[in-house]
Design a protein around this ligand. Structure first.
Ligand code: HSE
Length: 315
């Protein structure tokens, strides 16, 4: 077994789930923002959450209710040892933003605890534990935020239960622009409003686009990526919850985006582009469109994060 530690500090990245057409089956990680999780040994057996910062006191410190706590406890349970571990969660991104905030905390927690304990699990084995955190956060253990946050890059989820996750190569360069308007939307609520049945015609369009997006990423074909980033099923329903959605998306496309859509369950809106210059221009255009309707917002520009979580300190 690898070295064990008394203290580990981990950065886990935010992620953009769905990527327009791939509801619950596609996601990618960004370089920033992300959460920082600290794990340290304690005398008292089990998991405790000793500190949560950066989220205005909203997150529970009860292990059973906190995504990071649930994920870390699932890992410890599998090992069947009575180690004592205290977690600190430093939120570096807004909650309910569509940036995979709960997933980043779950991933940071399992990576930090695994490292603390001498890496008993391989990265792909950590996915199951991180998914338990997601189940607590929004009612389903969907993997399209936890998997990209854990593995980095673009990820395709062929199946969540049983887990069948494929890491996808993507063209270089590829940049993401994500704009977060200052409103909060709960994933759980936006899942409830979705239709349970869809027409065959829409299904055919959607799976054509999902296949096209995967092929476009693997072939490094920007035009195919662009053509495929269309969502005829989820976006028409959820976008009404985001003030200015149509204008902001149009601003992104007019500024040169390959495609644009709701980041996860929103309210953030993302766009993909070929280079940093375009990604920056897109960010300015999207920001301006939100400002036109009086909505404060924050812009994040980042290459696709191929690395996933990073160990920042260990001792
Ligand atoms: N696929 C999930 C959803 C992602 O759209 O509900 C939530 O961030």
């Amino acid at each position: 077994m690898a070295d064990q530690y008394q203290y580990v500090k981990v950065f886990a990245p935010a992620s953009v789930a769905n990527v327009s057409c791939g509801f619950d089956v596609m996601g990618f990680a960004v370089d920033h923002p992300g959460d920082i999780i600290v794990a340290r040994r304690t005398e008292e057996p089990g998991i405790q959450i000793t500190k949560v910062s950066g989220e205005n006191g909203v997150l529970p410190t009860s292990v059973n209710k906190n995504t990071a706590g649930v994920a870390a406890r699932a890992l410890l349970k599998q090992l069947d040892i009575d180690a004592g571990i205290a977690l600190e969660i430093h939120k570096k991104m807004p909650l309910g933003s569509g940036l995979g905030s709960s997933a980043a905390s779950s991933v940071g927690a399992v990576v930090a605890v695994n490292q603390l304990l001498g890496s008993p699990f391989a990265a792909n084995e950590l996915l199951t534990f991180a998914a338990e955190g997601e189940r607590v956060a929004c009612g389903t253990p969907h993997l399209d935020n936890v998997a990209p946050s854990l593995f980095g890059g673009f990820v395709f989820i062929r199946s969540s239960e049983p887990q069948d996750v494929i890491e996808l190569d993507c063209p270089k360069p590829l940049f993401a622009t994500v704009v977060h308007p200052q409103i909060e939307i709960r994933t759980e609520d936006t899942r409830k409003i979705l239709r349970r049945d869809i027409s065959l015609q829409k299904a055919v369009t959607q799976w054509g686009n999902v296949g096209g997006l995967v092929a476009g990423l693997l072939k490094g074909d920007y035009e195919l990526i662009s053509r495929s980033m269309q969502d005829v099923i989820i976006e028409p329903i959820r976008s009404v919850l985001i003030p200015g959605f149509d204008e902001v998306k149009k601003a992104a496309l007019d500024a040169g985006a390959l495609g644009s859509g709701i980041s996860g369950s929103g309210p953030s809106i993302f766009a993909l582009s070929r280079d940093k210059e375009t990604a920056t221009a897109i960010g300015e255009a999207m920001q301006h469109a939100f400002e036109e309707i009086g909505l404060d917002n924050e812009v994040y520009i980042s290459p696709i994060n191929k690395e996933g979580p990073r160990i920042l300190e260990e001792a």
